[in-house]
Design a protein around this ligand. Structure first.
Ligand code: ARG
Length: 467
């Protein structure tokens, strides 16, 4: 069969043009959405009296047959039919005859492809939100198990102040909570129907866009037909949210890689989530977090790619926009791949509590607390800072930690020291002294866990309503 749009042409398309302009190689991933949209469209054509009911039934049965065949790999897509939309239509006509040609009444590929993308992304956003939620749950379980685990907290990757390991993990729970809220919010802008915009200006047929929206469970229809076919903001928004999620995952990845090194030895990733070396028999490599860290780059690239494709594009549809798909598919696959591994990898991670404790005992991360102690005795903070700086220097020069100093040694630096300092310097005291909302004290972290569980229940509710 010739091209669906062949009437105006006197020559065959150059086969290189066919290959260059075709999107079927990747947009076949939209087959289900394409047919779902067509079913709603043709139902509406029947309801509005644009097509006889008999034709509508024939077309619907044909579409279902085509979908079945696609799912059973019984259809060979053709590059000369360019994209999924025309491949489906060609196969529909082959299946039911010329009546299949009535499906495209009152519709353009421009509003059709946009609809497919909205349907596709809407589904993926819910799936990804569920996966993020599972990762949060793994982190919360580990946080609960580590409410008594103290670890050095870092700034500049230098030991700063001791914190609960649970507090560190809960920071990621908060980050992924924001990510999930962004995804859930973006759903509102994804769940808008472009169909009915036609090529750009609407259609001469008396269609009912709201009826199509209802059938496809879209909350709204696009207000403006040009905007409906030109808009790819919803994909950009997704790519930007995905970039932030990957950035968060890459930070966690980097910490997992560091923590599982012999130098830190804070955690051990389960064997099932690590790989070996082909030459060094002793190696156990954290390939999964490394690769997630690395794949963050391609997701940023996908965002930059689409932003650049859309920059300065005149309204309405331009063929450039066909470039919106691969980056989106790749981003969905990259995120799914990472998230589906991260949740069980975090759940099975072993935490080396004693090694963390050893790290806390052998450092000066309690120094701020003796400065605060002197402030409590009336010394201005800036002077206290100076006194403790000198005390720490003395310790370093004499191979000691603050808790090793005798009272006489303390007194060399300030007369304000007394025996209470030994209690103040204990890691538990240091941690529990940060008893402010959002701080690392055990009670605060336990409360933070409870609050995050409430937020996560809200996500669960949202997931239930949108699945
Ligand atoms: N394959 C095209 C795309 O993905 C479908 C829309 C084509 N519309 C057109 N007027 N050529 O963008």
């Amino acid at each position: 069969m010739s091209k669906l749009w062949g009437g105006r042409f006197t020559k065959q398309t150059n086969h290189l043009v066919d290959e260059y302009t075709a999107s079927i190689g990747f947009d076949q991933a939209l087959a289900e959405e394409d047919i779902q949209g067509s079913l709603a469209h043709v139902t509406m054509l029947g309801k509005c009296g644009i097509l006889p009911q008999e034709d509508v039934e024939t077309i619907k049965a044909g579409l279902i047959k085509v979908l079945e065949k696609i799912n059973n790999n019984e259809i060979e897509f053709s590059v000369s039919d360019e994209d999924i939309h025309m491949n489906v239509e060609k196969n529909l006509i082959a299946e039911i005859g010329p009546v299949g040609g009535k499906l495209h009444t009152g519709r353009s590929r421009n509003d059709q492809v946009a609809t497919d993308m909205h349907l596709y992304l809407r589904k993926r956003v819910v799936e990804l939100s569920g996966m993020l939620h599972e990762l949060q749950q793994s982190l919360v379980v580990q946080a609960r198990d580590n409410l008594d685990t103290i670890v050095p907290g870092y700034t500049h990757l230098q030991r700063a102040q001791p914190i609960l390991f649970a507090h560190h993990l809960m920071a990621y729970v908060s980050m992924f909570q924001r990510d999930n809220e962004r995804l859930m919010d973006s759903y509102k802008r994804i769940n808008v129907l472009p169909l009915g915009a036609g090529a750009l200006a609407g259609t001469t047929f008396p269609i009912d866009r709201h009826f199509v929206a209802e059938q496809l469970q879209f909350d709204r229809v696009y207000e403006n037909s040009l905007d409906a076919v030109s808009d790819r903001d919803f994909i950009l928004e997704f790519l930007s949210h995905a970039s932030i999620i990957m950035m968060h995952l890459s930070r966690l990845s980097e910490e997992l890689v560091l923590w599982s090194s012999t130098e830190f030895n804070f955690i051990e990733l389960d064997d099932a989530f690590c790989t070996g070396s082909s030459i060094m028999p002793q190696k156990k490599n954290p390939d999964v977090p490394e690769l997630v860290r690395g794949k963050t780059g391609r997701v940023y690239g996908n965002l930059m790619g689409l932003l650049t494709v859309l920059k300065s594009l005149p309204l309405a549809y331009n063929k450039d926009m066909q470039e919106d798909k691969e980056g989106m598919f790749d981003t969905v696959a990259t995120l799914e791949g990472a998230l589906q591994l991260f949740a069980p990898m975090i759940a099975t991670m072993k935490v080396n509590k004693s090694r963390m404790r050893e790290a806390v005992n052998k450092d000066f991360s309690n120094a701020t607390d003796i400065a605060d102690f002197l402030v409590g005795k009336g010394l201005p903070f800036r002077q206290a800072h100076e006194v403790i700086g000198k005390t720490v220097l003395y310790c370093i020069q004499n191979g000691k930690y603050l808790l090793d100093l005798t009272m006489d040694e303390f007194k060399q630096f300030s007369e304000l020291f007394d025996d209470a300092i030994y209690e103040v310097l204990q890691p538990e005291t240091v941690v529990n002294a940060r008893n402010v909302y959002g701080g690392t004290a055990t009670d605060q972290v336990a409360d933070a866990i409870k609050r995050s569980e409430v937020l996560m229940q809200m996500t669960e509710q949202w997931l239930k309503e949108h699945q």
